[in-house]
Write a protein that binds this ligand. Sequence first.
Ligand code: MSP
Length: 516
Amino acid sequence: MTQNFYITTPIYYVNDRPHIGHAYTSVACDVLARFMRLSGRNVKFLTGTDEHGQKVEKSAAQAGTAPKAFVDEVSQHFRDLTKTMNISNDDFIRTTEPRHIKSAQGLWQRMQENGFIILGSYAGWYAVRDEAFYGEAELVDGKAPTGADVEWVEEPSYFFKLSAFGDKLLAFYEAHPDFIMPASRRNEVISFVKGGLKDLSISRTTFKWGIPVPGDEKHIMYVWLDALANYLSAVGYPDTDAAGYKKFWPANIHMVGKDILRFHAVYWPAFLMAADLPLPERVFAHGWWTIEGEKVSKSLGNAIPAGELVEKFGLDQTRYFLMREVPFGNDGNFSRERMGIVINSELANNVGNLVQRTLSMIHKNCGGIVPDSQGVAKDELDLAFLQKVQVTDKATPEHIVTRYTDCKFNEILADIMAIASEANMYIDTKAPWKQKKIDEKLMQATLYHLVEAIRCIAIMLQPFIPDSSSKILTMLGYGESQIKAGVSFNELTPEFAIKPGTVISEPQPLFPRIES
Ligand code: MSP
């Protein structure tokens, strides 16, 4: 039976234009989604926009537009981001859609029926920028711990009995040690929960832009409860008989930035427990990018639109750099200079060069046809090289799957680059141009092993740089429909090795060098 895999990005606030931070989360999810499809999983990959709340209402007012017209326009920018970054999402959800409103209200009702929602009144601090409540003791110099301005809020409010879930959450983290990743973040969440959970205000009455509380429409649902419900809305909740729900709930992974981990690793599981719903398998919190050493912020005006990088460096080059530069989970500093260096040394000089050299030699010496390696006994170097390149398990080996679900993207890329370097060294050591003078058969065997290595490298790179991998696979004779569907990771085995006699097209330049 095909395994299902449900992966989500956070839904993006429509108060801002998409920038490198948003592109980062989306590309990481895209890599994982593509990998899972190529490993035979049935994938649902969801992204979308978070369109309610005071922050969005304020941004619309500042723009002099009615909230609905404002969110329609800005949401489109995030839809465009999926095209700009070649994101393979299967669904795009907007929290202003009827399917979501129904789902969020359904979740509320379920939590209320189960006795976890009570009416009271709230008096405390609220930061619109974070859409979060803060206790007096949490404030630092009169601001939220995140640096956001806070305002005093006093109003009737429904409360969620979060305090009833502390022990249940701790028991859950204990029983599911991989629920929160990376481990350092998990420890932070555990100490936060151990510090004691207070009931959470989950409705507001002093603004209008949101989902009405079912049965008491003066109240608007807290935007985080509204937003988190999106993950359920997209699979058809509250209809738990819906095909999508049956196939894809609970989600396999919610990818989030470290700034919104608490909402996903504490509030969200507590809401789900309150509604008797199964909990997601994993929440992975990635780090933050600074730009040339500075925090990305609207006031500094330093946010880089994703499209700008794609235009200057290329789409796959941008995707590659984002996944390669820092271990996923750590913070990173974005610098255009580093980006140029990484693209040149790894994509242009390593992979690009390997493809160019090998395919040109096949054209020059073998009439553009994959030569045969039969009749030439493999020496130690050949055997060691092929062993590094090929995968012998029939299904995608479990250790590779685990590296993906653990989001070790930079390590996976480092390994693929090591194979490409190895292949470049193999050319230098074997020196096919010299072999040709001794015995053409020796040269042909070397070129055969190289072209097979390129095939494997291109298959492995598909999740990260899909367009460039497709170009390479096309040069190696793969058909259009095969490439469109993606070449499965199962084809990394020798059984699928490239056939001698395959016609190779002229090598096309893949990664132009970036001039500083
Ligand atoms: N709307 C909420 C999420 C609700 S999910 C139920 C939200 N939206 S956001 O647009 O502000 O942020 C979305 C994601 O972008 C977050 O995961 C955040 O961490 C990420 N990034 C925004 N700026 C970033 C960087 N500078 N670097 C890396 N990621 C950052 O939060």
